[in-house]
Design a protein around this ligand. Structure first.
Ligand code: ATP
Length: 765
C-alpha cells in the first residue's frame, strides 16, 4: 500500500485543482523495487508545507493549530490580490491498496475531505459519504491515522524530546500500532460510562416506579374486577331492558290491536244502538198513539152503546110481549075446590080413559119390557084412584085452574102484540145491523190489535236487542277503557324504561337487541341488583388506571430488561476493556523493546557512536492526578501505564539531560528515535516536513542514507531544502508561487532535472 496521488483544490494556496503523483517507479523487472522518496522543493512560502497540511487534514486532523490556522475555514483558499477566494477546499488521497492494508475490498482507495465556507464538511471513502469516525477507524486499522507518523514536521520531531514521558508513551503507542485497541478501549470506556449512567437512570426509574406500580397493580386489579362486574351488569341490563322493551312492544302492539278492534266494535255498536234507539223511539211513538185500533174501539164502543140501547129497548119490548103473552095465556090459578061429585066424575072419567088406554096397550104388548111399562101405568092408574079416595076424605082439594082471557082483551092484546112484534122486528133488524157493524169493528180492532201486538212484539224485540246491544256496547266501552288504561300503563312503563336505559346505559333502548327467547325477569332484576351492589363495593376507579398500569408495567418490564441488558453489556464491555488493556500492554512492551534497540542502533549510526537508551518510568503523581481518584497508591501505580524517558549521550560527551544537547544534536536524537519508530512499524508512507533542516552536511548525508534504507518499506514524501536529501529522491516536485499568490507544481525526475540543468548550463556556456 502506498499513496498513489493527491488531488488538491481550493486548499490553502492551492486555489486550482492540483495533482501530485507519487507513484514509485518500477525496477527493470517491472516490479516495485522500493516505495521510494519524493522530494518537494521550492522557495520559502511557495506552499510546500501546505501539501503536508492537505495530507494531514484529509487524514482527519481536527486541530486548527496543527494545520497552522485559527479557524477551520482557514484551510480554504482565502484569495489574493489577484485571485478571488474560493468556496470549498477539497483534498483527495488515492491509495494503492493491493495488499488490503486498508481493510476494504478495493485495489485503490480514495479518501476525500471537503469543507465549504458554510461550515458544512464532507468525508468520502471511494466517493461514498461517510463519517469522520469511519475514516479514523479505517486509517487506524491501516496504521496511517492523523496521530501516527504519517506526517512529521520539524516541530513534531523535536516535540518527542520535549514531551513528558507520558506524552511520549502515547507517541510510542501510536508506533506500536495499539491505537486501534486504544480506540476500541476508549469506545468501550465511553460506552461503559454511558451504560453506567443509563443503568443508574434505569435503576432510579425502577426504584421510582416500583411502589407506584404496586399501587397501580392493586387498583388495576380492582378496575379489572370492576370492569368485569360492570360488563356483566351491562350485559344483564341489556338483556333485561331489551327483553322488557320487546315485551312492552308486543304488549303494546297487542293492546293497540285490541284497542282498534274494540274501538271498531264500539263504533259499530254505537251505530247499531243509535239505529235501534231511533227505531224504538219511532215504535214507542206509534204505540203511544194507539192508532187506528183505538178509533175502531171507540167506534165499536159507540156502536155497543147504541146496541145496548136497542137491546134494552128490545128487552123492554120482549118483556112487554112476554107480559102481553102472559096476559093472553090461560091463567092457572091454584084454587081450593070442593071434592064433589062433579069433581069425582071428572076424575073417574080420566081414570076410565086411562084404563081404556091400558087395555089398548095390553092388546099391543109384544115384548116383556112393554109389560113392565104397562104395569107401571096400571100402578099409576091405581094411585089415581087411591089419591081420589084421599081427596074425598078431606073434602077439598087445591088445584090449578086455567083462566082464559076474554076475547076483546085478546083482540087488544093481539094488536098490541103485533105492534110490539113489529117494533121488535125493527129493533132486532137494527140490532142485527149494529152487531154486524160491531163485529166488523171488532174484527178491525182485532186486526189492529194484532197489528199492535206485532208492533209491540217488534218494539220489545228491538228494545231487547237495544238493551243487549247497549250492554254489549258498555261492556266494550269498559273493555276499551281498560285497554286504554293498560296501554297508558305500558306507555308509562316504556317511558320509564327509556329514561332508565338512558340514565343507566346512556343508550337508546330502541337500539337494544333481543334474541327472542323469554327471560326470567325477576332473576335478571335480582342479578342486576346484586351486580350493582358489587360495583358499588368496588367503587369508582379511574378507567385509565388499567391503561396506566399496563403502560407502567410495560415500562417497568422494559426497564428491568434494560437494566439486566445494561449489566450484561457492562460485563462484556469490561471484558473488552480488560482484553484491550492486555493487548495494548503486550503489543506496547514488544514494540518498546524493539524500538529501544533500534533507537540505540540509529543513534550510534547517525552520531557515529555515542550511547542512547529508552527507559520506562513510573509516572509522577502530579501527572496522573485526577485519573486515579479513589484508589490507593499501589492501585494507582498499577492502573497508570508507564511513561518513557530518553537517555542520549553523543560520542565523547557526558550528557545527563536532554536539554543539554545542541540544536543539531536534539534534531539528530529525535530523528534517531523517529527512524527507530518507523523501522519498528514501517508506515506505508510518511511525509517529513523539513525535519532535517538543522543538520550539517555530514549529518545530512547520514540522514539521507538512513532514509534510503527505510524507503524499501515506507514511501517518503520529503519537503526539503536539503540538496543531500534531494539527491536521495527518485521524484521531485517543485512548488512555485506566482504573482497571483497561487501555488503551482512542477514535476521532474531528478535525472531529468539534472539533464535539463546540464543542458541549460551548456547553452549558457
Ligand atoms: P517554507 O519553505 O518557508 O517553509 P513553504 O513553501 O512551506 O515555506 P507554506 O508554509 O506551505 O510555504 O505556504 C505558505 C504560503 O501559503 C503563504 O504564502 C500563505 O500566504 C499561503 N497560504 C496559507 N494559507 C492560505 C490560504 N488560506 N489562502 C491563500 N494562501 C494561503
Amino acid at each position: 500500500m502506498f499513496l498513489r496521488r493527491i488531488e488538491i483544490a481550493g486548499f490553502k494556496s492551492f486555489a486550482h485543482r492540483t495533482v501530485l503523483d507519487f507513484s514509485p517507479k518500477n525496477n527493470e523487472q517491472g516490479s516495485l523495487a522500493e516505495k521510494g522518496i519524493t522530494a518537494i522543493v521550492g522557495p520559502n512560502g511557495s506552499g510546500k508545507s501546505n501539501v503536508a497540511d492537505a495530507i494531514r487534514w484529509t487524514l482527519g486532523e481536527q486541530s486548527t493549530k496543527n494545520l497552522r490556522g485559527k479557524k477551520s475555514e482557514d484551510v480554504i483558499f482565502a484569495g489574493t490580490a489577484k485571485k478571488a477566494k474560493v468556496g470549498t477546499a477539497s483534498v483527495t488521497l488515492f491509495f494503492e491498496n493491493l495488499d488490503r492494508r486498508i481493510p476494504i475490498e478495493y485495489e485503490e482507495v480514495s479518501i476525500s475531505r471537503k469543507l465549504h465556507r458554510s461550515g458544512e464538511s464532507e468525508f468520502l471513502i471511494n466517493g461514498a459519504k461517510v463519517r469522520l469516525l469511519d475514516i479514523a477507524d479505517l486509517l487506524a486499522k491501516a496504521g496511517i491515522g492523523k496521530d501516527s507518523y504519517s506526517v512529521i514536521t520539524q516541530g513534531m520531531s523535536d516535540a518527542v524530546l520535549s514531551a513528558t514521558p507520558a506524552e511520549r508513551r502515547s507517541m510510542f503507542e501510536d508506533a506500536a500500532g495499539v491505537k486501534q485497541y486504544q480506540l476500541q478501549k476508549e469506545r468501550a470506556l465511553r460506552k461503559l460510562a454511558t451504560t453506567q449512567d443509563n443503568l443508574a437512570q434505569a435503576d432510579t426509574l425502577i426504584n421510582e416506579i416500583e411502589p407506584h406500580l404496586r399501587i397501580l397493580k392493586r387498583q388495576a386489579e380492582r378496575a379489572s374486577q370492576g370492569k368485569d362486574v360492570s360488563e356483566k351488569l351491562l350485559s344483564k341490563q341489556i338483556e333485561l331492558y331489551g327483553y322488557l322493551w320487546q315485551t312492552f312492544q308486543s304488549e303494546r302492539g297487542g293492546l293497540s290491536d285490541e284497542r282498534e278492534r274494540l274501538a271498531r266494535d264500539v263504533g259499530m255498536l254505537e251505530r247499531e244502538t243509535d239505529t235501534l234507539r231511533d227505531e224504538v223511539a219511532k215504535l214507542s211513538g206509534t204505540l203511544e198513539e194507539g192508532g187506528k185500533g183505538e178509533e175502531l174501539l171507540r167506534e165499536a164502543n159507540a156502536l155497543r152503546e147504541k146496541l145496548h140501547v136497542f137491546e134494552r129497548e128490545s128487552a123492554v119490548l120482549s118483556g112487554r110481549i112476554e107480559v102481553e103473552e102472559e096476559k093472553r095465556k090461560d091463567r092457572e090459578e091454584i084454587r081450593t075446590i070442593p071434592v064433589d061429585l062433579g069433581y069425582i066424575r071428572t076424575t073417574l072419567e080420566g081414570v076410565r080413559a086411562n084404563q081404556n088406554t091400558l087395555v089398548e096397550r095390553l092388546g099391543m104388548v109384544e115384548k116383556l119390557e112393554d109389560i113392565q111399562d104397562i104395569r107401571e101405568f096400571a100402578r099409576a092408574i091405581n094411585q089415581e084412584l087411591v089419591d081420589l079416595d084421599a081427596k074425598v076424605e078431606v073434602g077439598t082439594v087445591t088445584e090449578k085452574v086455567i083462566i082464559s082471557l076474554p076475547e076483546d082483551e085478546k083482540r087488544e092484546s093481539d094488536a098490541r102484540l103485533a105492534a110490539y112484534r113489529t117494533e121488535q122486528l125493527a129493533l132486532s133488524q137494527n140490532m142485527e145491523a149494529l152487531r154486524a157493524e160491531i163485529t166488523t169493528k171488532e174484527e178491525g180492532i182485532r186486526a189492529e190489535r194484532e197489528k199492535g201486538r206485532e208492533s209491540r212484539e217488534r218494539y220489545f224485540h228491538i228494545e231487547k236487542d237495544l238493551r243487549e246491544k247497549d250492554r254489549a256496547l258498555s261492556a266494550r266501552k269498559d273493555a276499551l277503557n281498560e285497554v286504554k288504561i293498560r296501554l297508558a300503563r305500558v306507555e308509562v312503563r316504556e317511558e320509564d324504561l327509556i329514561n332508565e336505559v338512558r340514565e343507566e346505559l346512556s343508550m337508546d333502548v330502541r337500539d337494544l337487541s333481543w334474541d327472542g327467547n323469554p327471560r326470567d325477569k325477576d332473576a335478571l332484576t335480582r342479578d342486576i341488583a346484586r351486580l350493582k351492589g358489587e360495583a358499588e363495593r368496588i367503587g369508582a376507579i379511574d378507567p385509565l388506571v388499567a391503561e396506566e398500569y399496563e403502560e407502567t408495567n410495560k415500562r417497568f418490564e422494559f426497564l428491568t430488561h434494560e437494566s439486566a441488558d445494561l449489566r450484561r453489556a457492562m460485563v462484556s464491555l469490561e471484558e473488552v476493556i480488560a482484553e484491550m488493556d492486555e493487548r495494548i500492554e503486550k503489543e506496547f512492551s514488544r514494540a518498546f523493546t524493539e524500538i529501544a534497540a533500534k533507537f540505540e542502533h540509529y543513534f550510534s549510526l547517525i552520531f557515529n557512536g555515542g550511547k542512547a537508551e529508552l527507559v520506562k518510568t513510573k509516572p509522577k503523581m502530579t501527572e496522573i492526578k485526577g485519573e486515579t481518584e479513589g484508589l490507593d497508591i499501589e492501585e494507582e501505580e498499577e492502573s497508570v501505564a508507564a511513561g518513557i524517558d530518553i537517555h542520549a549521550c553523543p560520542p565523547g560527551k557526558k550528557i545527563t539531560n536532554l536539554s543539554m544537547l545542541s540544536g543539531g544534536e536534539r534534531s539528530l536524537t529525535s530523528l534517531a528515535l523517529l527512524f527507530a519508530i518507523i523501522s519498528h512499524n514501517p508506515p506505508p508512507f510518511a511525509v517529513l516536513d523539513e525535519v532535517e533542516a538543522a543538520l550539517d552536511e555530514a549529518n545530512s548525508k547520514r540522514f539521507g542514507k538512513v532514509l534510503k534504507e527505510l524507503a524499501g518499506e515506507t514511501q517518503f514524501i520529503v519537503i526539503t531544502h536539503n540538496r543531500q536529501t534531494m539527491r536521495e529522491a527518485s521524484l521531485l516536485y517543485g512548488v512555485t508561487m506566482g504573482e497571483d499568490g497561487v501555488s503551482q507544481i512542477l514535476s521532474l525526475h531528478l535525472e531529468e532535472a539534472e539533464k535539463v540543468r546540464e543542458e541549460r548550463k551548456k547553452k549558457e556556456a
